[in-house]
Design a protein around this ligand. Structure first.
Ligand SMILES: CC(C)(COP(=O)(O)OP(=O)(O)OC[C@H]1O[C@@H](n2cnc3c(N)ncnc32)[C@H](O)[C@@H]1OP(=O)(O)O)[C@@H](O)C(=O)NCCC(=O)NCCS
Length: 173
């Protein structure tokens, strides 16, 4: 077999559309079932996916990374809290298809997501990183997120108590 060229130069990052939802869910549901990266424990239903996309209109966002017409990763900016004084704060998520980690896809998604966050008027972005997740910690640190603290054993999944590491990036001020 011919060696494959590196993915990263050919990944395009664009806003997600409804037609991307099955691919987004396939990437996410793998981690829902097999990993502690998300505290969801049941795969997303189609109805839940559509509702989730609908809740991410401006100023929030869902982006996808596309390689050869296939969605290979996604990232989102979500409300941090429902109370209105939190409206200039967003929480980020980044998921790359299992098996494609380490190729720079997460970095390309997070770079664009942070541009969108600044363009849309957010002051700060929070990452809540569950369990042991050195890839996510390195990714966020590279983009200027700093450790805020640790919520101890707030999750229980795959027969383990899980901490959440909170990291934060200031976009302005
Ligand atoms: C975390 C994740 C989004 C990173 O995306 P990625 O495409 O693998 O990341 P990149 O290739 O852009 O690399 C980003 C950084 O992570 C590091 N990294 C990637 N995989 C790693 C691993 N398995 N262990 C340690 N570091 C790793 C890279 O070296 C790089 O760090 P550097 O810039 O300091 O060199 C991806 O691994 C993923 O989807 N993981 C599962 C879901 C998840 O945990 N999402 C985050 C929820 S908070």
């Amino acid at each position: 077999m011919e060696p494959q060229p590196p993915l990263s130069p050919t990944v395009a990052v664009r806003p997600a559309e409804a037609a991307d939802l099955p691919a987004i869910a396939a990437i996410y549901n793998d981690f829902v079932v097999n990993a502690t990266a998300t505290f969801d424990t049941k795969p997303w239903t189609r109805k839940a996916q559509s509702r989730w996309l609908g809740e991410h209109g401006h100023p929030y966002a869902v982006l996808v990374a596309v390689h050869r017409d296939e969605v290979v990763g996604w990232a989102s900016l979500s409300p941090f809290h429902t109370k209105p004084a939190y409206r200039f704060t967003a929480e980020d998520s980044v998921y790359v298809r299992a098996g494609l980690e380490g190729d720079g896809i997460g970095a390309q998604l997070l770079a664009r997501l942070l541009e969108v966050a600044a363009e849309n008027g957010f002051r700060t972005v929070i990452a809540r990183i569950a369990g042991e997740n050195p890839a996510s910690v390195r990714l966020h640190r590279r983009f200027g997120f700093r450790r805020v603290g640790v919520e101890r054993e707030v999750g229980y999944k795959l027969a383990r108590w899980l901490d959440v590491l909170v990291m934060q990036k200031m976009l302005a001020g």
